[in-house]
Ligand binder design. Structure first.
Ligand code: NAI
Ligand code: 15L
Length: 264
């Protein structure tokens, strides 16, 4: 690619992928609403709010691919979620439609399906069961991606990310963890395949205790290399095991399922 846009570039995943995805394009256009440090010679930095349609249209111009990490990444007040994850996603897809429809990686979340139980293994055909307003906003993003694919041919990889951090932080993450290397490998495949369509991909490493079945996207040729099981002893030693009826043990979305509505 000539130019790859990464939104949410100041965030946890954006900061890591700024390094790991640099090989995918001559230029990385990095965007967030907060500071992202100095631009390297292969980088362009654009500070803007995803809720600002005109700014997002300008942001997407001349990009051949988009990794959309930007947005509210946890439960929060509706006004914040609405601006970043509802209006922000709308603005991104409209900007893409008007600017050559670059392929998009949409950072959805396991919280779009958080109320499925941990004793179920689900694939990418299940009906959404969001575990809060954050999860609802991710279901909205998935729906926009689908509509723009069916109506206009816009290609998106909808990635229902589990827990992408340096290491699993608790017992639930032994099932939901995705290593940064596995995620970067997935994104590389997404931009490599000649035809993408609009698949839903569960974003998890090759975890022995996984809740998710990615066999419907085997054609992508993504083979995660890491397995959270190698951290089990460490997690056992560092965190207390929750009781068997705790949300963190019962539901795939864990504690998000027990959260309330955050009023403004
Ligand atoms: P993060 O919260 O560290 O980064 C999100 C970035 O988006 C932040 O830098 C923030 O400033 C920016 N942002 C928020 N509202 C914005 C707005 N209105 N305009 C412009 N920028 C805005 O989150 P993280 O962990 O890096 O996640 C990235 C994406 O992946 C998020 O969309 C999140 O929902 C999704 N995700 C991440 C998971 C993980 O395990 N890290 C799990 C599931 C989904
Ligand atoms: C998410 O969607 C969040 O963005 C991330 O911070 C984690 O909480 C993750 O889900 C998770 O479920 O572990």
């Amino acid at each position: 690619m000539k130019r790859l846009l990464i939104t949410g570039a100041a965030g946890g995943l954006g900061t890591v992928m700024r390094e790991k995805l640099a090989h995918l394009a001559d230029t990385l256009r990095l965007s967030d609403m907060t500071e992202m440090g100095e631009a390297k010679p292969n980088e362009e930095i654009v500070i803007c709010d995803l809720g600002d349609a005109a700014a997002v249209e300008e942001l997407v111009k001349d990009c051949d691919g988009i990794v959309h990490f930007g947005g509210k990444s946890t439960e929060g007040p509706w006004s914040v979620i609405n601006n970043a994850n509802i209006q922000g996603v709308m603005n991104l897809y409209e900007a893409a439609r008007k600017n050559g429809m670059p392929r998009i990686v949409f950072a959805s979340s396991n919280h779009a399906i958080g109320f499925y139980k941990q004793d179920q293994v689900i694939d990418n055909t299940v009906y959404p069961r969001p575990d809060g307003l954050y999860g609802v906003s991710k279901v909205f993003g998935e729906a926009v991606a689908n509509a723009y694919h069916d109506k206009f041919g816009q290609e998106t990889a909808i990635v229902r990310i589990g827990s992408s951090f340096p290491e699993p932080r608790n017992h639930r993450m032994l099932s939901t963890w995705m290593s940064y290397d596995d995620f970067a490998g997935m994104i590389t495949r997404i931009f490599d395949v000649p035809k993408l369509g609009c698949p839903i991909i569960y974003g998890a490493s090759d975890n022995t205790a996984s809740f998710w079945d990615n066999s419907n996207i085997a054609w992508l040729g993504w083979k995660p290399q890491d397995n959270a099981e190698s951290f089990r002893a460490k997690v056992d030693a560092s965190t207390a095991k929750p009781s068997p009826d705790a949300p963190d043990v019962v539901f795939q979305g864990g504690m998000f399922c027990a959260d309330t509505i955050h009023e403004d």
